[in-house]
Write a protein that binds this ligand. Structure first.
Ligand SMILES: [Zn+2]
Length: 267
């Protein structure tokens, strides 16, 4: 048995001092592979460098997060295409729309999201997607490109049961984080998660963010890390009334298939 963390921001500078220890703890916790999220120019390059240095344990994505959409230019696009040409890039993203924080203007977010969808279609890579408080526009743009896309995951899904139905109808995979471990704001997600078919379910930490609130004993640091993925697995299993081993098995198989990970990485 093994767990795959499909959303780990290990390029984040919060891991600069002890990245090796973090990876050792992940392995000890049964998390055998992490997909390292690229979300801006710097983290794209760092995520790919990390994956190249340790392909057994790490894969990388490259994208421009909606918060940074205003940074989009031909240079970044060319760099992403260059990274996509390398073996270890397993998805385009993180990209999408975020109207919760609204850091980049909405029209820019929409345009840059569409540019990255077109890149995923061109390269044949799946998409790693972020959506917060932007369901209607996000759904419309995604639906337009989806027939030409290989696969898409709505990562860190936290929206309503109705939004979940819409993404499942489009054929999307759904990434569940430790948000589900929050007994207050994660309650609706806990109730919605049983609607996800086994073959569309993925789990992730989104570390260093979203430390699961269910961890016992409570960690001293607020920083989340891949070693805590079992707490997400267990809470998802609880919500779905399934054995943790079952959730582990299906999410590992789904991650391997979704990101086309080499067979040797899958136990
Ligand atoms: Zn995100």
């Amino acid at each position: 048995m093994a767990l795959i963390d499909i959303g780990a921001n290990l390029a984040h500078d919060g891991f600069d001092d002890d990245r090796e220890a973090v990876m050792a703890r992940a392995e000890a916790a049964g998390v055998t592979h992490c997909v390292v999220t690229g979300s801006d120019r710097e983290s794209n390059a760092r995520a790919s460098a990390l994956a190249e240095a340790d392909p057994q344990h790490l894969s990388a994505t490259a994208g421009l997060h909606p918060h940074h959409a205003e940074d989009w230019n031909t240079e970044i696009a060319a760099e992403m295409r260059d990274l996509a040409a390398r073996n270890r890039l397993v998805a385009i993203g993180e990209t999408g729309l975020d109207y919760f924080r609204d850091i980049s203007p909405r029209d820019v977010q929409k345009r840059v999201f569409a540019e990255q969808l077109a890149m995923a279609v061109d390269t044949g890579l799946p998409m790693f997607l972020h959506q917060r408080e932007a369901h209607d526009d996000f759904h419309a743009i995604l639906a337009e490109h989806l027939p030409d896309l290989s696969r898409a995951v709505v990562h860190c899904f936290t929206d309503s049961a109705a939004a979940l139905d819409d993404y499942l109808a489009l054929g999307c995979h759904i990434g569940i984080t430790g948000w589900i471990c929050d007994e207050r704001r994660g309650r609706a997600l806990f109730d919605a998660v049983p609607a996800i078919p086994d073959d569309r379910l993925l789990i992730e930490t989104d570390c260093p963010y979203l430390l699961p609130r269910t961890i016992r004993p409570k960690p001293r640091s607020r920083r989340n890390e891949p070693a805590y993925l079992p707490w997400v697995r267990d809470r998802v299993a609880d919500a779905r009334n399934q054995a943790p081993e079952h959730v582990e098995h299906v999410t590992q198989a789904n991650a391997a298939r979704f990101f086309a990970l080499p067979d040797r990485l899958v136990s």
